[in-house]
Design a protein around this ligand. Structure first.
Ligand code: ZN
Length: 243
């Protein structure tokens, strides 16, 4: 039995991460479904904060690119520029740590992955057929992913083999006892669902609930830090719009 908070796509946004951690319950496990670095201003401090909290972290595409485990050819210009900057900001030790993160891991009744179980690094699960393919491959009843930066619920309806998809409301509680489900907490550091607040998920495998949360943070401060780092302006501007 576990209580945990699930974070995804923190993207080196330390100000957002600290706001979420101070909003979240204390003394619970911390699981991260990838893209800890890339885009934002504070990759080393975010990795240190996760280490301090003994977080369990799987790798995303940005993590592998910053680690040097893959190139940046598949990235758009701004993402590639940020990934290369992050390589230079991190120690060899931090880059090795990123490169050694698992792609898929199991915690309690949850499988954790960045993209999907069909393609852990790159697949965007935005619709039901992709969610079904992911849930079919899961060896646990519950999965959490990330990568899209949009909170999502995909519920498997046994018998009919159909998957129901929806965007959760803030504060919505999912009943984990109802069966197989894929949950995307949304993004801490760069939300893309039109709500600029940091998104995160709280799970309780004893009460069998998962709750979607949003937390306000100091967006102008993150933008200032990004400008100081010389990151592409588009990456800081989009934070204000949640896109
Ligand atoms: Zn991401």
């Amino acid at each position: 039995m576990t209580r945990a908070i699930v974070l995804s796509d923190i993207h080196a946004n330390l100000v957002a991460l600290e706001a979420v951690l101070s909003d979240a319950p204390r003394g619970v496990a911390l699981w991260v479904t990838g893209d800890t670095v890339g885009y934002g201003p504070d990759p080393a401090d975010v990795l240190a904060a996760l280490r301090d909290r003994d977080a369990f972290v799987v790798a995303g595409n940005h993590d592998l690119a910053v680690a040097g485990k893959m190139g940046v050819n598949e990235f758009n210009r701004e993402a590639a520029d940020a990934a290369l900057l992050h390589r230079s900001l991190l120690s060899a030790e931090d880059r090795d740590l990123l490169g050694a993160m698992p792609l898929i891991a199991t915690r309690d009744s949850f499988t954790l992955v960045h993209g999907s179980l069909r393609d852990p690094v790159w697949e965007y699960v935005l619709e039901r057929s992709a969610a079904r393919a992911c849930l079919q491959r899961a060896e646990t009843p519950h999965c959490c992913n990330g990568h899209t930066h949009i909170p999502a619920v995909f519920e498997w309806r046994d018998g009919r083999g159909s998957v129901v998809a929806r965007q959760p409301r803030e504060g919505e509680v999912i009943d984990l006892a109802k069966g197989r489900v894929l949950l995307n907490p949304g993004s801490v550091g760069q939300p893309r669902d039109g709500d600029p607040r940091a998104a995160w998920l709280e799970v309780d495998t004893e009460a069998r609930t998962a709750t979607f949360h949003r937390t306000r943070y100091d967006i102008p401060e993150t933008q200032r830090r990004m400008r100081r780092r010389g990151l592409p302006p588009f990456l800081s501007e989009r934070l204000a719009y949640g896109y």
